[in-house]
Design a protein around this ligand. Structure first.
Ligand code: HEC
Length: 185
């Protein structure tokens, strides 16, 4: 009885696997579990990005998810844009919010222990000049190449991101405009 039931379930299981496989192929990318990416986050992310995005050669789903994480959850702008808001656009002062798009994520904010890094793409398109492997190591371990530990950066929190989420933040940083650090007036 149990065996026969199992026999009947196998073809259904195979059918589902085939369907899942087709879904993967239609994504047309080798980056992995992008079928799991929540389309609502992707669209929200693409909508709220304060800067125009260069999607050429990028995975749109990852960029959208990355923007969602960077701009709606991660608060990267708070420390990596100097100053975070444009003149007259500081929501903490009751002004209508306007992100400092000219220097978005270009670093230069001074903290007692460190100055925040420029995360925008360099001449070769690498965000902050980092390969994905270097970026992932920094985000997951907080360790720089020389073994120094990144202060201030909330990497002890960010390190818990899934591989897809972390990749998405990198893909987003790859797609924002290059910029120079701003200065605090
Ligand atoms: C509380 C402030 C703060 C927040 C929030 C923050 N960072 Fe940072 N981050 C820093 C500072 C400061 C440094 C520079 C540390 C140093 O050089 O020692 C840094 C460094 C980095 C580096 C290393 C760059 C390099 O080349 O060494 C990366 C990558 C990075 N941040 C990414 C991010 C991302 C992505 C987010 C949002 C998900 C984020 N940071 C949010 C403060 C912050």
């Amino acid at each position: 009885m149990r065996l026969r039931l199992f026999g009947a379930l196998v073809p259904i299981g195979l059918g589902l696997l085939t369907l899942a496989g087709c879904g993967n192929e239609s994504q047309g990318s080798a980056t992995g579990s992008q079928n799991d990416i929540d389309p609502e986050r992707v669209e929200r992310g693409l909508t709220i990005s304060p800067v125009p995005l260069n999607l050429e050669g990028k995975d749109r789903n990852l960029v959208g998810l990355g923007s969602y994480i960077v701009n709606a959850v991660g608060a990267c702008n708070d420390c990596h844009t100097n100053p975070p808001f444009a003149a007259g656009g500081n929501p903490f002062a009751g002004e209508p919010e306007q992100i400092n798009t000219d220097h978005f994520l270009a670093g230069g904010t001074t903290f007692p222990q460190a100055v925040s890094s420029n995360l925008t793409p360099d001449e070769s398109g690498l965000p902050g000049g980092l390969t994905y492997e270097e970026y992932a190591t920094l985000m997951r371990t907080g360790k720089e190449e020389d073994g120094e530990i990144l202060p201030v950066m909330p990497w002890p929190i960010y390190k818990g991101m899934t591989e897809t989420d972390l990749r998405a933040t990198y893909e987003y940083l790859r797609s924002i405009p290059s910029a120079q650090p701003g200065t605090t007036p």
